[in-house]
Write a protein that binds this ligand. Structure first.
Ligand SMILES: Cc1ncc(C[n+]2csc(CCOP(=O)(O)OP(=O)(O)O)c2C)c(N)n1
Length: 251
């Protein structure tokens, strides 16, 4: 039987998303879909999904979608974009995917200034596999692989991917946002729009890091997770533009 679903905003409306209560992946996907629709590029969009809860949306989007081995989204997106320069290509990756197993691919793509967009969802933990420590896990934060909390002497320090990529010459735009308040949701949408527009204008590599919550693996309810995000996560990962070559060129 032919599958029929609405194609507005790039999200299927005939199924319920499997994200946990309080998870922000759904919010981010809705924003991405809204921006793609507003830019009129839904039909030419290709997303490369990371592995993890971040990759669940491959079931929900109505535009072209592929996945990649864990961490390799930026390598796959490089091939997709170079062979289809007319497409709008974005990766969607969690912190385990982008900053741990895929660190080399992320840094290499950023260093080459690849003309695609990275949406990096930083929830401070490996979500899908049950809460293992990620490079972004906060000091003292408990994880299944750090039951007493992250100890920098044993596990190193939280990694700040926007700031790390800001050491490279090529990246065009790096911004960190969150979805913890309505105002921040709006700012996230604005950042996603800018990152996609940069790609359409051929400006090169853009990344939007979105600090989100993972109530299930943080062991908190959704409301308490918002407090933790505000009080702890945003202290370690301050919001704002880290690099915008548009601004540099304007000076
Ligand atoms: C090569 C490889 N190693 C490990 C896994 C198992 N694995 C699947 S999802 C995942 C964690 C993903 O965490 P993250 O990237 O932070 O995304 P989230 O689930 O939090 O959205 C891991 C380790 C895998 N699929 N492939």
């Amino acid at each position: 039987m032919e599958q029929v679903y609405r194609r507005t905003k790039g999200i299927r409306d005939d199924m319920v998303a499997g994200f946990c209560p309080g998870c922000m992946h759904g919010t981010v996907f809705k924003l991405i879909g809204e921006v793609l629709e507003e830019l009129g590029v839904l039909e030419k969009t290709v997303t490369v999904q990371g592995v993890g809860c971040c990759g669940l949306a491959m079931e929900y989007v109505t535009y072209d979608c592929t996945t990649s081995p864990h961490g390799r989204a930026c390598a796959v997106a490089t091939g997709v974009k170079r062979s289809n320069p007319d497409k709008l290509v974005y990766t969607y990756q969690g912190d385990g995917d982008l900053a741990s197993i895929g660190l080399a691919e992320t840094m290499s793509a950023a260093n080459r200034g690849e003309n695609f967009t990275v949406i990096f969802v930083n929830n401070g933990i490996y979500g899908m596999t049950g809460g293992q420590m990620a490079p972004t896990t906060l000091i003292g934060m408990k994880a299944t692989t750090a039951p007493a909390g992250r100890d920098p002497k044993v596990h190193g320090y939280p990694m700040h991917m926007c700031e790390i990529l800001n050491q490279l010459t090529a990246p065009y735009y790096l911004e960190r946002t969150s979805c913890n308040t309505p105002a921040n949701v709006r700012k996230t949408k604005k950042a996603i729009r800018k990152a996609f527009q940069n790609q359409l204008d051929g400006k090169g590599f853009s990344m939007v890091e979105i600090v989100t919550s993972c109530p299930t693996n943080w062991g908190l309810d959704p409301i308490a997770s918002l407090d933790f995000l505000e009080e702890k996560m945003l202290k370690e990962y301050p919001l704002g533009v880290v690099r915008d070559k548009d601004r540099e060129e304007a000076v």
